[in-house]
Design a protein around this ligand. Structure first.
Ligand code: SAH
Length: 257
């Protein structure tokens, strides 16, 4: 097939939270058609089986000890491949516009004159609690949920997360990227919420290695340390966590990979 020299297109595709079956139908269709795929660390490796063997595959994640691209380089790569006239899929964990810098990539593309489309994904902010048996809302328990980044430390000069406001909303708080900062977050929330407020920390939710630790604002840090929970994890704060015992439906150990 001959192609005219013209701009390609970039699809920012949500890969879902981990379980490879939680990608959208549209996402799979585009993965199969892509000539270039640029993927992140948190996506299920199983999704790469849909990629055409002749497609160019680039890893853009940040894994310790492995060369990874910085954000500038990722933007450049997407622009360059689209300028070669290629159909590019940028495969991102969860939903492309929920953290993970999808908005920045879209801006870089549009400013470079590259057409793009966004294919929303199932975000870990909702799906990871769901697989742990925690509904983020419940008619009598929580009528809001707030999704917040936990990666701002006490040392950050201009803090954008106002924990007081978030605590005062009164519903469920879902914290992404917060595990290593949990002691600080706990300290902030304890200023405004009771020590008995239920908390769940879910590691690698929706995958066979899913682990759940539940506790309270008071004891969650110790419990997480004792359980050896690592990144990536979603932290859920609020009374909906109490439903986990009754609603925990997913048993990863029963699955064989
Ligand atoms: N765009 C993504 C979020 C990117 S930020 C989305 O919509 O899901 C990365 C954070 O997502 C991690 O630090 C962790 O808090 C959370 N995360 C993503 N996948 C996860 C998983 N399978 N289990 C637990 N946390 C996960």
């Amino acid at each position: 097939m001959t192609r005219f020299a013209m701009n390609g297109k970039v699809y920012l595709v949500g890969a879902g939270p981990g379980d490879p079956e939680l990608i959208t139908v549209k996402g799979i269709k585009l993965l199969k058609e892509a000539q270039v795929v640029v993927y992140d660390r948190l996506i299920s490796p199983e999704l790469l089986k849909y990629v055409n063997p002749s497609a160019e595959l680039y890893y853009a994640g940040k894994a310790p000890g492995r060369h990874s691209l910085n954000q500038e380089e990722i933007n450049e790569l997407l622009i360059q491949k689209a300028r070669e006239g290629k159909m590019v899929v940028r495969l991102k964990g969860g939903d492309p516009f929920v953290f993970g810098r999808g908005g920045e990539e879209a801006l870089a593309l549009t400013r470079a004159g590259i057409p793009f489309e966004v294919v929303p994904g199932v975000t870990s902010a909702v799906a990871v609690p769901a697989y742990a048996g925690i509904p983020v809302t419940h008619r009598r328990i929580a009528s809001t949920f707030t999704v917040v980044t936990g990666n701002e430390t006490e040392n950050k000069e201009e803090r954008e997360v106002d924990w007081e406001k978030i605590a005062r909303v009164g519903g469920t708080i879902v914290i992404l990227m917060g595990l290593s900062n949990l002691p600080f977050i706990k300290g902030e929330l304890l200023k405004y919420l009771p020590a008995t407020t239920p908390v769940a920390v879910i590691y690698r939710g929706t995958t066979p290695s899913q682990k759940i630790v539940t506790g309270t604002l008071e004891d969650i840090v110790e419990k997480v340390l004792a359980a050896g929970i690592k990144h990536p994890a979603v932290i859920v704060v609020g009374d909906v966590v109490k439903l986990q015992g009754e609603l925990g439906w997913y048993s990863p150990s029963a699955l064989t990979e």
